[in-house]
Design a protein around this ligand. Structure first.
Ligand code: GTP
Ligand code: MG
Length: 172
């Protein structure tokens, strides 16, 4: 059959937001792991959709590793940004910092790189809706890139396929 197009995706977000859990769910079941630990530096993972072959840079969200993020924007075709929508500490300031980090690197500003956001941990009782998260992040101000936000429960794998379908349609 046709060879799938190879694309690189950068997975970003604060520590403990669920990045590795999301990527693990997207991998073929025989390569999934049972025990997910905080990421040191980053991991490189692979998964496929119907027409694309993804290589994901699953970055650590810990502050001491966040300076690694900027080195991978240039090689990436898209960004997955994960938010813990149940985290009470995730206040406006934290959101602001995160959105600055992913919106402003000068070498990606000119590119129409799609940004997929997961408002993850939607199963938590105190979780904010994806609408609420997009308001806190002022996503409506992003005019230069296509973006999309999905509520997700990475533990159950809910909401992830919608996101991947959107990515597949918007990566060029
Ligand atoms: P770093 O690698 O440190 O940046 O963290 P991470 O963003 O990769 O988070 P990770 O995937 O390691 O998940 C952190 C914790 O959140 C784990 O205990 C997961 O089981 C849990 N978790 C992830 N997604 C969900 C979710 O949708 N709901 C709930 N309740 N827990 C989740
Ligand atoms: Mg991780």
């Amino acid at each position: 059959g046709l060879k799938k197009k190879e694309v690189n995706v950068l997975c970003l977000g604060l520590d403990n937001s669920g990045k590795t859990t999301i990527i693990n769910q997207l991998k073929p079941s025989n390569t999934q792991t049972q025990d997910i630990v905080p990421t040191i530096g980053f991991n490189i993972e692979k998964f496929k959709s119907s027409s694309l072959s993804f290589t994901v840079f699953d970055m650590s969200g810990q502050s001491r590793y966040r300076n690694l993020w900027e080195h991978y924007y240039k090689e990436s075709h898209a960004i997955i940004f994960v938010i813990d929508s149940g985290d009470k500490q995730t206040d406006r300031q934290t959101f602001f910092t995160c959105s600055l980090v992913f919106l402003l690197p000068p070498d990606i500003c000119s590119r129409r790189m799609p940004v997929l956001l997961f408002a993850n941990k939607s199963d938590l009782r105190e979780a904010m809706s994806s609408v609420k998260v997009s308001q806190l992040l002022c996503l409506e101000n992003i005019k230069d890139k296509p973006w999309h936000i999905c509520a997700s429960n990475a533990v159950k794998g809910e909401g992830l396929q919608e996101g991947v379908d959107w990515l597949q349609d918007h990566i060029r």
